[in-house]
Ligand binder design. Structure first.
Ligand code: EH0
Length: 380
């Protein structure tokens, strides 16, 4: 008896919160708030906004093709979302107190940890689907549409949680005097992130191929030619994108030129204009046919059985294949993009576009509504 009442109450709450559209914040709003942060204000905003964002994506999870939703892994992810939604509902109408604020922070950390393996677990779910059911084009389209929205929603929820826990949490290793505002660097030096990503990708490349391409880096600061190119951004997001692109370029170059004495360098061109910051990573790794490019962003295509860690001690440059679609979501999350331009038989340019102005870098959030639900209905 108790469970049915509880289940009915949750689904009522789900309908209630999914009626609200998520409220996108800009990097400028994150920074301005973080410079003079008020925990009670953040708590009051998040105890509504987080259930709204969770409810919006949970309504879509429930619209997934039955064959996927019924897989053990997709079902597990669904349970994580339901539990986190319940955890947050406990704070819905509570009187704010220091004790409640501390409990809220602890709940956010628990929620973040609960969902840390969502991407791998969903990839496992897609694998379980592929191994047990025929997957027609329509199901594949709805899975592609859904996973892009699930991961974009997840990026945004983790951003809100990270800002609150970094600004108000008791975690001591967050040096309070660091000029970062939560996970945001107001003066993110693009060249240093590019060099970091290159060096770490190069390390893996050296391990796997016993050699690696050099880096040639050029800066083009349109309005202040000799000033370093800086942007208000989340360094870990930028690093994730660039690390992925350098790995792919190095893999293509080493596969294409690996038998030669020397391999051609990877070239990074960084530019700052009035609207855009661009990081172009160029290689002459043989390129890939235009018809294959879309597949690189396809979750179904790039979900292959995991190289078991024990079997191959050297870490391959390839992951579970979601690196590129996730990197594009990180770029798009704050109104940027990640674009591939490959010339088969020659090489590939990959461009990361970021908004130069923090006031234009608004969160891009999936909204559950008739349009999105219609997409699932017509594509199942
Ligand atoms: O698993 C992961 O996470 C990494 C997933 C990703 O793994 C890949 C990878 F790193 C690099 C390439 C690749 C090739 C290639 O491979 N060319 C030779 C060939 C062309 C066609 C075919 C074919 O049609 O079969 C086979 C080889 N050419 O350009 C790129 C290339 C791709 C991207 Cl996204 C980039 O940022 C830079 C690049 O140079 C393809 C990948 F797929």
């Amino acid at each position: 008896m108790r469970t049915t009442v509880a289940v009915r109450n949750i689904s009522k709450m789900l309908d209630h919160f999914s009626q609200y559209n998520p409220s996108p914040l800009s990097i400028k709003q994150f920074i301005d708030f973080g410079r003079n942060p008020c925990e009670r204000t953040s708590f009051t905003f998040l105890r509504k906004e987080l259930p709204v964002r969770l409810a919006n994506i949970m309504k879509e999870i429930h619209l997934l093709p039955e064959n996927l939703l019924r897989t053990p892994s997709a079902n597990l992810v669904n349970q994580w979302y339901a539990q986190s939604f319940k955890d947050l509902l406990k704070f819905k109408d509570l009187e704010v107190s220091d004790k409640i604020l501390t409990q809220f922070c602890e709940s956010l950390i628990m929620i973040r940890n609960r969902h840390s393996d969502t991407v791998q677990t969903m990839a496992q779910g897609v694998l379980e689907l592929k191994e047990n059911y025929p997957v027609d084009q329509q199901t594949e389209n709805s899975i592609q549409y859904f996973l892009d929205r699930l991961y974009m929603s997840r990026i945004s929820i983790r951003m809100l949680i990270n800002q609150h826990t970094l600004l108000f949490g008791t975690d001591l290793n967050v040096t309070s005097n660091s000029r970062h505002v939560g996970s945001i660097d107001p003066n993110c030096d693009v060249v240093s992130i590019v060099r970091d990503a290159y060096e770490n990708a190069r390390f893996l490349c050296d391990q796997y191929y016993l050699a690696s391409p050099e880096l040639q880096l050029f800066e083009h600061n349109r309005n202040m030619p000799n000033a370093p190119i800086q942007v208000v951004y989340v360094p870990s997001h930028l690093y994730h994108m660039l690390f992925e692109l350098f790995k792919n370029s190095m893999r293509a170059v080493m596969e294409f030129h690996g038998d030669k004495e020397t391999v051609p360098p990877v070239v990074a061109n960084i530019s700052l204009g009035n609207e855009d910051v661009c990081i172009k990573v160029s290689d002459i790794g043989g390129g890939i046919a235009r018809s294959q490019i879309e597949l690189l962003f396809n979750y179904m295509y790039s979900t292959a059985p995991q190289p078991s860690k024990s079997a191959s001690p050297t870490v391959p440059l390839a992951g579970y294949g979601y690196g590129l679609p996730l990197s594009r979501l990180y770029a798009r999350y704050l109104q940027g993009d990640l674009v591939l331009q490959s010339c088969e038989g020659f090489g590939t340019d990959a461009v990361v576009y970021l908004k130069a102005l923090s006031s234009e870098a608004n969160e891009l959030l999936p909204v559950f509504n008739k349009t999105s639900s219609r997409f699932y209905k017509t594509t199942i």
